[in-house]
Design a binder for this molecule. Structure first.
Ligand code: C2E
Ligand code: MG
Ligand code: MG
Ligand code: MG
Length: 278
């Protein structure tokens, strides 16, 4: 019995590995054609000003409609794209699409808000990233103050001088800069002070903990007050219920984002939503 059981479980295990490996291979192989084949789409999730309850930004979140594998989440292909270098054309496509979309929203007469775009470390390390961003703003005629770039904390561990210089140049042309998923890396807020960030986005895991234990509350409050003392505003990610929102408002968190307000959605749905709110 034991032998048979072991052999079976080994077989299952190895099949599973094979499946995972071939899934990853398919992603690597097909990602190259995703842009040409028009398979990428941006969803947008509203970011709410907690003082006024108004939409002040929308975060662009990429989705891939694979012809056979269906809808693929960025968690399943961004890392692959970073490894293969595909993140450069994909990142440019995302930026261009998001800026063009925001310009279109503004032209449609709804109250203007920023569009927030996630930037991977590989993009920011690329020699002509700053020029690319500036060129895209010109081409799409979006004014720089309506664009916000989100970079993750881990970026601060690499190529410090080059990245700092690029961020300063972006800041100079009035683009807003946020640090994403804050609290998950190893940086302290005081270390952040040497970079020109306008905003800190508190990672969802801390917001989740607000209702769970006292430490969740304490960490969140500490991040908010430290960020404020460094003149940065604070966004809470992943707000899912009223009591999290109440706590964050009490603690003077500036902005919020999460399923409690709205899930990320396709352009047309967000547009209708915004028109309704007017
Ligand atoms: P992120 O930038 O931290 O984006 C927030 C993620 O949390 C999104 O997942 C969003 O759908 C999800 N989320 C928002 N509110 C809630 C909530 O209340 N509860 C829960 N459980 N989740 C919530 P998504 O769209 O799957 O994106 C995952 C990550 O992929 C993003 O995390 C970002 O790091 C990356 N990503 C997405 N789009 C792009 C892109 O265009 N370029 C790059 N480089 N990375 C991207
Ligand atoms: Mg983000
Ligand atoms: Mg985040
Ligand atoms: Mg994240």
């Amino acid at each position: 019995y034991t032998k048979k059981y072991k052999r079976n479980s080994y077989t299952i295990y190895s099949e599973e590995l094979d499946q995972k490996a071939s899934y990853k291979l398919a992603i690597e192989r097909d990602l190259k054609q995703a842009i040409e084949n028009d398979e990428l789409e941006l969803y947008y999730q509203p970011i709410i000003d907690l003082n006024t309850q108004k939409v002040i930004a929308a975060e662009a979140l990429v989705r891939w409609h694979h012809p056979e594998l269906g809808l693929i989440s960025p968690n399943d292909f961004i890392a692959v794209a970073e490894e293969s270098g595909q993140i450069i054309p994909i990142g440019t496509w995302v930026l261009k699409t998001a800026c063009r979309q925001n310009k279109q929203w503004q032209d449609s007469g709804i109250p203007p808000f920023k569009v927030a775009v996630n930037i991977s470390t590989k993009q920011l390390q690329h020699y002509d990233f700053v020029e690319t961003v500036i060129k895209i703003l010109k081409e799409t005629a979006l004014e720089p103050q309506w664009l916000e770039l989100e970079v993750t904390e881990s970026i601060l561990l690499e190529d410090i001088e080059f990245i700092k210089e690029s961020l300063l140049k972006l800041k100079e042309v009035a683009i807003s800069l946020s640090i994403d998923d804050f609290g998950t890396g190893y940086t302290s807020l005081s270390y952040l002070r040497q970079y020109p960030f306008d905003k800190v986005k508190i990672d969802r895991s801390f917001i989740e903990d607000i209702n769970r234990d006292l430490n969740g509350k304490r960490i969140t409050s500490a991040i908010i007050s430290l960020a404020h003392s460094l003149n940065m505003s604070v966004v809470a990610e992943g707000i899912e219920n009223q009591s999290q929102l109440e706590y964050l408002s009490e603690e003077r968190c500036d902005e919020g984002q999460g399923y409690f307000f709205s899930r990320p959605m396709p352009v047309d749905s967000l547009h209708l939503d915004l028109l309704e709110k007017e």
